[in-house]
Design a protein. Sequence first.
Lengths: 171, 176
Amino acid sequence: MNMIRKSLTALGAVFLLALLLAALAPKAAHGVAAALVQVANTAAAPAITEDLSKLPSQSVHLYCSPVCSQVFPNGNLTPSAFTVPATQSLVISTVELQASGGGDVILSQTNFSSGAGGNVTTESVTWVLYTAGPFQFEYPSGMVFAPGTTDLSIIFPGGGFANLYGYLSAN
Amino acid sequence: MKYAKRILMVAGALALAGILGVAIAPKAVHAVVASAVQVVNTAASPAITQDTSKQAAQVVSLYCAESPSLCNQILEGGGITGTAYTVPAGFHLVITSAHVFVVTPFTSPGSELYLQNTSSGEPYEYFNVPSGSSGASFDFGSGFSVAPGTGLSINEAFLSSAGSVIFYFHGYLTAN
C-alpha cells in the first residue's frame, strides 16, 4: 500500500511539473502545432484558387513611347510616367516592341539612390533588332523593378513604341 | 507536508486515469487531431495564392556578355552587379528562358556557344548562332536547375569570326 502511495506521489509530481512546463512553453510551439492542417481537396472537387499575378488589381499594362504610362482596364492612359508603388515590386512578363527600324532598343529606368543622394537613371536591358517590325519577348519568370522605380522608358533608335505586361508583387 | 503529499497522490491518480483514457479512447478522437481541411472557395471568391516562382524576391535576371563571359545579375533598382553572379547557398536557380542577341554578326559558318558552370566547365545548354543570325529567344517551360553555389558563364564551342553576342537568362530561386 505504501509502495502504491509513493508511486502515485511521484507520478503526481511529474504530472504537475509537466503541466507547469506546458503553461510556460513559448507560444511559438503552440503555433506550430496549430498550423498543421492537410488540404483534402480531390480531382473531383479541387480547391478554387487564383494566382496573385492574375488579379486585375495587381496586373499592370504599360504603354511606352518612349516613357511608360499605365493603361487602365477601361482603356484610359495616364498622362504621367508610371511609378512602381512604394510597397510593391513590378514584375514584367511580356515585352512587345513595335520598331520602325533596326538597332539597339534600350530599357531605361530611374531609381532613388541614397549613395548618390538622388535619382539615378540606368540602362540595364538591350534588345538588338536587325529590322523594323513587331517583336514579342516572353519572360516566364519575369523581370523585376524595385518599388519606387519611375520613368521607365523604351528607347528606339529608329522610332517605335512598346507595350509591357506584368503584375505587382509585395513579396 | 501530509496535505501536499495527498495533493500529489491525487494528481498522480488523475494522470494515470488520463493515460488510461488516451489508451482506450476510440481512434476517431485521434483522427480529429489530424483531420484534414477542405478548401471550399468558389470562382467568385477564390483563395488567393502566389507561386514562389512569381514572388518578386525570388526572380533572377542575368546578363552575360561574350567578353567578359561571366554572368552578372540585373538589379531591380537598375544597373548590373559588378561581380559575377553565384546561386545563393540553400537555393537552386531554375532558368526558364533565354534571349540571345547578336551584336556583331558572325561570318560563315557562325558560332556555337554554351552556358556553363564556371568552376567545372560543365555545359547546361548549347546555342547555335549561324552566320547572319540576329539571335533568338528560348522558353524552357518548367526550366532547368542550377545548383547552390554555382557561378555561370558563357563559353564558345567554336567561333568562326570576331562576332559578338549578349545573353539574358531569366529564372527564379527555390529552396526545394
